[in-house]
Ligand binder design. Sequence first.
Ligand SMILES: Nc1nc2c(ncn2[C@@H]2O[C@H](COP(=O)(O)OP(=O)(O)OP(=O)(O)O)[C@@H](O)[C@H]2O)c(=O)[nH]1
Ligand SMILES: [Mg+2]
Length: 354
Amino acid sequence: MSPTEPFSQPRREAWWRRMSRRMDRASLSFSEQVRDVVLLRRDLDESFWDDLLQVLVGADCGLPVAERLVDRLRTRVREERMTSAEEALRALKAEMLAVLEARDRRLRIVAVPTVVIMVGVNGSGKTTTIGKLAHRLQSEGRMVLIAAADTFRAAAIDQMRLWADRSATEVIAHQPGGDPGAVVYDALQAAVARGIDVVLVDTAGRLHTKVNLMAELIKVRNVARRVIPKAPHETLLVIEAPTGMNAIAQARVFHEALGLTGIVLTKLDGTSRGGTVLAIEEDLGVPVKLVGLGEGIDDLNVFDPRAYLDALFAGVLEAPGSAPGPATPAPAKPGAPKPATPKSGAAKPGSAHR
Ligand SMILES: Nc1nc2c(ncn2[C@@H]2O[C@H](COP(=O)(O)OP(=O)(O)OP(=O)(O)O)[C@@H](O)[C@H]2O)c(=O)[nH]1
Ligand SMILES: [Mg+2]
């Protein structure tokens, strides 16, 4: 496998099925609305376009994206003389795919070591994502080191270690309350000395409104640059998909402070807001690179636009070439057991907001 393209074999077919299952809430919500509002209508008249716009806004695509999609679609429908809602819907999916496929989503794992800093608000999924990513990179044959630079929460280092143990990844940590910059400095020096491929830096959750905490992140980044001038090679903002459009304001602040190179969208398995990806990318111009679809160690993948749209449209349009494809997604099983994780998936009690 090329060293520059981790996750280069996403096994689309298998992943699509999985994504389709995991995104059942988004898919159900989207397809029900589309069916009720759009497909039941015969004519592609003004009210059809108004309703379609509303469905897209309701799915958290954001008004500017929704308007642009509908505008483009109207032109296409006129030019290609489409007459049925289903044709229009297929064209919509194709338009969305064109928008999503225009972005380069590859993780930049080029330098040795490559430094990846994970940032985001409290509880968004940074530590979990690092655990999953370490597992994935190690299983692709890369040597990974984790810098436990969340020194704010006493339990954070142990949580990171539990995840790291699952893929036998080494963790560099100091005492709780210590200087996160010092942890990163030590980790990067160790990484250079040992020829580590990727250093994953876990940071403390922080509200984007706390100026001093944002300054702390800038300091961590500057410390990293003292050891490796081109670091960090990736600064990934972890966003919970269920946050929807509210995530955009926080993302902007992180982007202005740090210059994000990518977004990790977590908890895509538990949201009806399927369009958030489009809205975030449009607003920030930063690609969604990874998605979290559950709490297990394998529940992380590259963001694959085609699989995502197939999942989103699963209830209304058959995915092309997906013979047994779930035209109707399997309903969620409320009592289904979850895979065991070091943190058992419960909402974090007393997770301190800084
Ligand atoms: N369903 C689901 N849960 C997730 C996903 N990613 C993370 N979680 C859960 O979200 C919770 C918070 O995850 P953490 O990784 O601790 O979040 P964090 O950003 O490190 O939190 P702080 O360190 O407090 O800022 C945990 O219960 C995770 O199991 C996901 O993709 N899907
Ligand atoms: Mg954490």
